[in-house]
Ligand binder design. Structure first.
Ligand SMILES: [Zn+2]
Ligand SMILES: [Zn+2]
Length: 347
């Protein structure tokens, strides 16, 4: 057995083979940097362009700067235990000077290097903003009601659902699902959308929340990049009856819980039972529980409850309803039936 001792040809220290680690590390450049990177962004919505793709910026500016600066730096592949720090300073409205500091080890020898990278910020209208400013759209959602005007509550629900749908599609990366106009017209609400996906989603969610149906009416408007371009009208018809409506049928009062075509799923305000009513069985519409008044419970008896009429301040006696528990001194919600001169407990 022979013991071999090698010697570093540069410094003369013992080494396994060739240059010793210190001399190898000293010979190796840890970093290679590009002096400048260009970051393209949309001045309107702050989207960032990577290559040819736009995306919504969802990180703090500081993190974006760090990411851009680090992207200009290549670190030697043999480096280990890396620690990277970025310092930056805006030197002009479109320039940021960065210092990238990298620490690590090369062949077990601690090393550190820095390099300077300048970020050049370039403005460009993004795909979405250029579509919006160019008046591009793929559909209109029209919210209307059957044989009546749509009310303020429905307008509000439709508008907020539209905004939620836009938000959630864009969050999932569907950038071109934008609302370019949300208009309150005399007849209802018109929502102009940048994608059919969004139009479909709004129509589905609005009818889900308010009942009713929608039909789609595509219209060929031309060609774009060799593909037929359609604009679709999503025509929503909200039902005549709405959730929370209280209707009269054969002397009973029923609260509408669901609307399925011409059939109503109702809650019997006397017995508390749930049943189905055909629209043809409805004699008249009393009102909606949203507009209920508050009446004070004056007394309760096993089969009777006394309420103070909020208009006349006189006590009225009503038969007790088994599905609710009036408490003396507490308010309870009622609807007024002018025709029968009665108060109807709605809970
Ligand atoms: Zn050496
Ligand atoms: Zn934009």
């Amino acid at each position: 057995m022979t013991i071999q001792t090698n010697i570093c040809p540069r410094c003369g220290k013992p080494t396994e083979e060739g240059l010793c680690p210190q001399c190898r590390a000293a010979d190796t450049k840890l970093l290679a940097c590009e002096p400048r990177v260009t970051a393209v962004y949309c001045p309107v919505c702050d989207s960032q362009k990577r290559g040819k793709t736009w995306s919504d910026l969802r990180m703090p500016r500081e993190d974006l700067i760090a990411e851009l600066a680090v992207s200009a730096v290549s670190i030697h592949e043999d480096a280990k235990n890396l620690k990277v720090a970025v310092r930056s300073e805006d030197t002009a409205s479109n320039r940021t000077a960065c210092t990238v500091e990298v620490e690590g080890t090369l062949y077990s020898v601690p090393v550190s290097e820095t390099c300077e990278v300048e970020i050049l910020w370039q403005k460009e209208a993004c795909d979405r903003c250029s579509r919006i400013s160019g008046g591009y759209y793929e559909g209109i959602v029209q919210v209307r009601a059957t044989d009546r005007k749509i009310n303020a509550y429905e307008r509000e629900v439709a508008a907020s659902i539209a905004e939620q749908a836009e938000e959630s599609l864009q969050q999932s990366g569907d950038r071109l699902s934008f609302i370019s106009e949300l208009e309150d017209s005399k007849d209802g609400v018109d929502i102009t959308v940048g994608s059919q996906h969004l139009g479909q989603e709004i129509a589905r969610m609005v009818t889900g929340a308010l009942g009713g149906r929608y039909t789609t009416h595509p219209k060929l408007v031309g060609e774009k990049d060799g593909k037929a371009l359609y604009r679709v009208t999503y025509s929503i018809r909200l039902p005549f009856y709405q959730k929370g409506d209280v209707v009269v049928s054969r002397g009973g009062y029923f609260e509408v819980r669901e609307i399925d075509g011409r059939r109503l799923r109702v809650f019997d305000l006397q017995t508390g039972a749930t049943r189905t009513l055909a629209e043809t069985e409805v004699e008249r519409l009393l009102g909606n529980v949203r507009d209920a008044e508050s009446a004070l419970v004056v007394f309760t008896q096993p089969n009777m409850v006394g309420l103070m009429d909020p208009k006349t301040y006189r006590t009225r006696e009503l038969s007790a309803v088994p599905w609710t528990f009036p408490v003396e001194g507490q308010p309870i919600r009622v609807l007024r039936d002018e025709e029968q001169d009665r108060l109807v407990i709605v809970g």
